[in-house]
Design a binder for this molecule. Structure first.
Ligand code: FEO
Length: 162
């Protein structure tokens, strides 16, 4: 059984994972409209993963005797300055999500909820990967200069490594 505090933080995370999914969906749509099919495919796949993260939290809350709440999601930005800015934003957003996951973990530790402490380790590892792949793409874009977007669009799906 989740304590009220753990349930509250898990519900906050449901909202944040859902917002992440919509943010990447908006970025994917922007990239697709600009003709960047590879980058769009990467972002669409990322949006699906975030939806999967949201579902994991929803099911965990319900399985542990709580009530998972499906919130209202905020509208993500429609326009982006460019692809470098998109990936800088992805990295910043993932760092925010890492901090947020760590907060859920800290609450679970404080509440002596060992099951949640154990369960959430998957997310702790996942965040290491997500930050690292965003950083990797950003590094490649910066190394390759203005033509980097073309090469990245061609090769980006090979960077998923999944
Ligand atoms: Fe679900 Fe990328 O954090």
């Amino acid at each position: 059984m989740l304590t009220k505090k753990v349930e509250e933080f898990c519900n906050r995370q449901i909202e944040r994972e859902g917002n992440s999914s919509n943010l990447y969906l908006a970025m994917a749509s922007f990239a697709e409209a600009k003709g960047l099919a590879g980058i769009a495919a990467w972002l669409y796949a990322q949006a699906e993963e975030e939806r999967g993260h949201m579902l994991k939290f929803i099911r965990w809350v319900n399985e542990r005797g709580g009530n998972a709440i499906i919130p209202e999601f905020k509208k993500p930005p429609v326009k982006y300055k460019g692809i470098n800015e998109i990936f800088a934003e992805v990295l910043k957003h993932e760092q925010f999500i890492t901090a947020s996951i760590n907060e859920v973990l800290e609450v679970a530790i404080a509440e002596k909820d060992h099951a949640t402490v154990n369960w959430i380790q998957w997310f702790v590892s996942e965040q290491v990967e997500e930050e690292s792949s965003a950083q990797q793409i950003l590094d490649k874009l910066q190394l390759a200069g203005p033509q980097g977007v073309y090469f990245l669009d061609r090769d980006i799906m090979n960077l998923r490594g999944k």
